[in-house]
Design a protein around this ligand. Sequence first.
Ligand code: SDX
Length: 427
Amino acid sequence: MTDKKVTLTLQNNASVELDVMQGTLGQDVVDVRTLGNHGLFTFDPGFTSTASCESKITFIDGDEGILLHRGFPISELATHSNYLEVCYILLNGEAPTQAQFEEFRTTVTRHTMIHEQITRLFHGFRRDSHPMAVMCGVTGALAAFYHDSLDVNIERHREIAAFRLLSKMPTMAAMCYKYSIGQPFVYPRNDLSYAGNFLHMMFATPCEEYKVNPVLERAMDRILILHADHEQNASTSTVRTAGSSGANPFACIAAGIASLWGPAHGGANEATLRMLEEISTVEHIPEFVKRAKDKNDSFRLMGFGHRVYKNYDPRATVMRDTCHEVLNELGMKDDLLEVAMELEHIALNDPYFIERKLYPNVDFYSGIILKAMGIPSSMFTVIFAMARTVGWIAHWKEMHDEGMKIARPRQLYTGYTERPFTSALKK
Ligand code: SDX
């Protein structure tokens, strides 16, 4: 809290003083919790100017294009850390010692198998189901198997559930892919890294040994780091809202997966690749840029724009570099990368995008990398969900640790005033 205040003058000329709260970084916030006592609500659809909570996990400066996880810049974590170390940092607030990291990694590794009965759940879905639909269903169903870690009021239960989710998401994600192509599930391997184990479960078959390519393993690990957390985005806010009712962690993460699936959010990576494929050549770009600017056309440049970033998304920069690395390693040339780079160049020099501060976001290049790795576009958001699970858990844990109130927004009602009811139905 600061000693700063703002004064609101009400219609009856009465004035209300509201406290101003100050964080360590970022905008100050006006504490409006007492406003209801004066017969007023705030109105902010989409929460464009509303802080829903206090958090110590991630800070974003949208104007400067800054992203910090527990104070560590994303570019340094993507370059010098690994996904499991970033998970430890997000969940515990500090970088681990070697011993702490080894213990953390061993615990995660030892929980990667799922209950054998859960594999039957997959067989209840059509083979051509969208993997995100399967992930929503199977993740929520974990609550039916792990009754020993469902009491959210017991810290040990919360810790066990967190490890189970962090450990089992790659296994379930890879199972979604294997099920969709009719191949047998591949069990996790304890001798592989988190990213390496995921790639092995995705691409190994019983017929021959599958060697994980270290460049692809590093690229996948970096993609997981870049998607790990992003403060109060739509899916994290969904997890916090679900968790505020005391819902079990598996149900909360399933809710986060459902929200992430939307094309305006985590579904944008799949939609971006589809858009680039539809544009297909550099010559077609002007036509699509024209459509993106046309208010009468619902088409938007997928992978462009962001609610918070009004500068280059720092994750997009790392993603673009990784894209070149992977394509070079695979000796591949992807025309879509050429289209993406030319589209970025044209858009960043177009007044429409400049005035609205629309830059490439984390989803603009990720699809090209994942496609080059042999991953189908239907799996892109599943990988985003797998990576973001640690962020969702960190916020869910913080909410419980810091104390919480059930999320229950109010509204501006513009419907009918009271009127008598007469039924027109035959008695
Ligand atoms: C993610 O929140 C997070 O942190 C999310 C995320 C995370 O890590 O969790 O970063 C991940 O979701 C990234 C965003 C992925 N989505 C997309 O790439 C989809 C395309 N982008 C847009 O749908 C849009 O930019 C949003 C949804 C991302 C942000 O929308 P806002 O903040 O509500 O902005 P807006 O819709 O009010 O747009 C402001 C203006 C409008 O024009 P005007 O009415 O002012 O004339 O910019 C225009 C919009 O029409 N605009 C675009 C555009 N995005 C915004 N015009 C063309 N193409 C676009 N992509």
